[in-house]
Design a protein around this ligand. Structure first.
Ligand SMILES: [Zn+2]
Ligand SMILES: [Zn+2]
Length: 158
């Protein structure tokens, strides 16, 4: 998706709205390949002011994410809007390719700790049981012994 810069330069301060859908097949979030259900919906409102380009970029869409507790995959709707100044490497460039900024917006929009459902009980760190589906397995000590302080800390993070 491109923003045409000629018109913006001709009328400083006047915002120009551009809308498009942009598909990504190889987007990464940390080590996780982000599987998009559909093309990202993008709205960009851009204006030029004293040689600087400002863009209000709104991205929204759906991705399939592994639950951060039990690893089951679930669909997540994401949405983010932010005003940012985009530096122009070439001040005379006829257009700006917005794709890298859209990708960055999607990475910031998705949940850093996705859950398959709000009360997901996750996998037992001791016996590996999926606590949504089953009880602790035989011999598991997670539910009987004094809690390991390191595990307690981990629970706070989850
Ligand atoms: Zn889960
Ligand atoms: Zn267990």
């Amino acid at each position: 998706m491109r923003i045409e810069l000629r018109e913006l330069r001709a009328y400083p301060g006047r915002p120009v709205l551009t809308e498009a859908r942009e598909m990504f097949d190889d987007l990464m979030w940390c080590d996780e390949p982000l599987t998009l259900v559909e093309a990202v919906q993008v709205k960009a409102s851009a204006f030029y002011d004293e040689g600087r380009l400002f863009v209000t970029l709104r991205v929204s869409g759906k991705a399939v994410r592994p639950c951060s507790r039990c690893l089951v995959k679930a669909e997540e709707a994401f949405e983010r809007e932010e005003l940012e100044e985009i530096p122009l490497e070439d001040p005379k460039a006829p257009y700006l390719e917005l794709r890298p900024w859209i990708a960055a917006g999607v990475r910031l929009a998705v949940d850093p700790r996705p859950l398959c459902r709000p009360d997901c009980r996750g996998l037992c760190a001791d016996c590996g049981a999926d606590l949504n589906m089953e009880d602790h397995r035989e011999g598991c000590t997670a539910s009987v012994t004094t809690p390991d302080p390191r595990l307690e800390k981990l629970k706070d993070l989850l």
